[in-house]
Design a protein around this ligand. Structure first.
Ligand code: DGL
Length: 285
């Protein structure tokens, strides 16, 4: 048994879709969530920048004695070299391995689409992970850059003309490829699931990378005897690199409930050398 917190991070608010699932299946765990809201989006940035940002956040969380680190961000998970993940002093997972395993196992035809940010698709990480498990799989990557701003603007419903047109633009080319499984490989895409499902059709199963990863985290903690003691009520505290109010305002869309716990603003320049100028406040209800 281990009551240290789990460290979860993302480029911004999107990782709260993973956090929602983690808190549901592991209610006794304390969680430190880091959202790099001052530097989002990562998905349109270059590889070296994404890796540097991720390393800074990993260092921040490691200094807070977390027992495990979860990169809830599809872009970071696809970009961070495996050597980095293996060199950490605590267990680490991103979303790629568990989601690729789920997709490879659940697809009947082996024709799988991966939807993600431009950086995620460019990395080819999901494709490699799927083919490592199922070499004959036919994997098609599709970058859907505009889904992130659409989700953050609440333009997510299947009957919203902007959401619908955007989804058709990205997904129509997949329709004649016989795919039966599509990975939602970005934190924001579970919110777009209705419109994505509408365009792809009900014969295509959607795999939510965040929810799949949350179950994987539970399995890792159980296997390493790192779960918090049963009956305990966990709490979640948040760190962000942009205005606290903006984060609190938008977080509920992704978390499915209002934020509880403290929210601390970390100045970006303090990420390498942690300075003293944090602001912490309880969220306004
Ligand atoms: N969190 C990112 C991901 O899952 C999406 C937002 C961004 O581009 O930073 O890929």
């Amino acid at each position: 048994m281990d009551s240290r917190p789990i460290g979860v991070f993302d480029s911004g608010v999107g990782g709260l879709t993973t956090l929602r699932e983690l808190s549901r299946i592991l209610p006794g765990e304390d969680i430190l969530y880091f959202g790099d809201t001052g530097r989002v989006p990562y998905g349109t940035r270059g590889e070296d920048t994404i890796v540097r940002y991720a390393m800074e956040i990993i260092q921040f969380l490691t200094r807070r004695s977390v027992k495990m680190i979860v990169a809830a961000c599809g872009t970071v998970s696809a970009t961070l070299p495996e050597t980095v993940a293996r060199s950490l002093s605590v267990p680490f997972t991103g979303v790629v391995e568990p989601t690729a395993k789920a997709a490879a196992g659940q697809s009947a035809s082996g024709r799988i689409a991966v939807l993600g940010t431009p950086a995620t698709i460019r990395s080819g990480a999901f494709e490699r992970a799927i083919r490592a498990l199922r070499p004959e799989a036919e994997v098609t990557g599709q970058a859907c850059a505009l889904f992130v701003p659409l989700a953050e603007s609440g333009l997510i419903e299947a009957d919203n003309p902007i959401a619908r047109l955007t989804a058709e633009m990205y997904l129509t080319p997949l329709l004649n490829q016989g795919i039966d499984t599509a990975i939602l490989g970005c934190t924001h895409y579970p919110l777009m699931a209705p419109v994505i499902g509408h365009v792809l059709g009900e014969q295509v199963q959607l795999i939510d990378a965040g929810a799949t990863t949350a179950r994987h985290v539970k399995n890792i903690l159980a296997a390493l005897d790192l779960l918090a003691s049963p009956g305990r009520q966990g709490r979640c505290d948040f760190f962000v690199t942009d205005a606290i109010e903006r984060f609190v305002d938008i977080a509920h869309i992704f978390l499915g409930r209002p934020i509880t716990g403290s929210v601390t603003r970390v100045p970006i320049e303090a990420l390498l050398l942690e300075g003293p100028s944090y602001t912490t406040q309880e969220p306004l209800q």
